[in-house]
Design a protein around this ligand. Structure first.
Ligand code: JFQ
Length: 291
């Protein structure tokens, strides 16, 4: 019903709730994996919620989708093959397809309902599925990566939900080992990596796992007002044999050209935001071992 305030209370952020005024509920069903909710908000456009956690809003999704995609893809010479883990709303696909060097994109999303709901309620994101370079695999990415040939991808983007429920396995060491195997030498990984205000232990664990598996590991972040604590981070790793060294402040070496005519212009990413994203506060560098 309209006017309801939706509270997102979760063990991922104990003691705090985040609410957005609901104007109208558009969709609410349980998939095989989670509850899928879409509602019209007062000031953030339509909102996608999975198991009570905001995944994206029309107003601020540009920050997350553009940064999680262009931080890795603008850090290597002409990326050609890309894998998306998760990302069933299609937003990351829309961003990848701005890179004319890309020839093949695989996406492995476990929950088909997320894809179908995005196509119906978020066409501005689901447009990513229309690109002929995109190949959709509905299933468990852990299984998908176990069967992926060695050195197949220039870049892998893990656009996951929080590590509770379907996203749980995506922060464990075996998963990162399969990612490293699937990347070509010099390939890059960009992994959603929670909030510096809420999850420094989890970030520390992920970074130490990545340091055992990749030659350079770094952390970047951006503002997303509708995520808990108003921001989200990314772990960026590059496999040995890469010209990219994420440890030092990175200047993008690839430009995002104008995309196909039906794809809207960039709203958030540019080279200054790219560089700024790797600037970290003192407490974070200390706590996650990036001094
Ligand atoms: N593809 C949409 C975003 C998925 N990732 C988000 C990162 C962390 C948030 N707490 C929930 C979703």
């Amino acid at each position: 019903s309209s006017g309801r305030v939706v509270y997102f209370n979760n063990p991922m952020w104990p003691g705090e709730a985040h609410s957005i005024k609901v104007e109208k509920i558009l969709y609410k069903e349980k998939s095989e994996y989670q509850e899928v909710l879409v509602f019209e908000s007062l000031s953030y456009g339509k909102v996608l919620v999975l198991d009570g956690i905001v995944q994206l809003t029309e107003k601020d999704e540009c920050a997350y989708q553009e940064m999680i995609t262009h931080l890795p893809l603008c850090s290597i010479e002409s990326p050609k093959t890309v894998l998306v883990v998760g990302g069933g709303d299609g937003g990351v696909l829309r961003e990848i397809c701005r890179h004319s060097s890309v020839t093949h994109v695989d996406i492995c999303e476990i929950d088909k309902m997320v894809i179908d709901v995005s196509k119906k309620y978020f066409p501005e994101l689901a447009v990513g599925f229309e690109d002929p370079r995109v190949h959709l695999h509905v299933g468990d990415a852990v299984e998908f990566l176990r069967c992926t040939s060695e050195g197949k991808y220039d870049a892998i983007i893990v656009d996951s939900s929080d590590p509770v429920g379907p996203g749980e396995e995506l922060v464990e060491k075996p998963f990162f080992m399969t990612i490293a195997k699937a990347l070509r030498p010099g390939g890059v990984l960009c992994n959603m990596a929670e909030s510096m205000w809420l999850h420094t232990h989890l970030i520390q664990d992920m970074i130490s796992i990545c340091k055992q598996t990749f030659s350079s590991v770094s952390y970047a972040w951006t503002s997303v007002p509708t995520y808990p604590s108003g921001l989200i981070g990314f772990i960026l790793c590059s496999k040995e044999g890469s010209s990219v060294d994420f440890v030092n402040p990175v200047n993008p070496i690839e430009k995002v050209e104008g995309a196909a005519k039906h794809i809207r212009e960039l709203r958030f990413y540019n080279s200054e935001m790219h560089k700024a994203a790797f600037a970290l506060p003192a407490f974070l560098k200390r706590e996650v071992g990036l001094l």
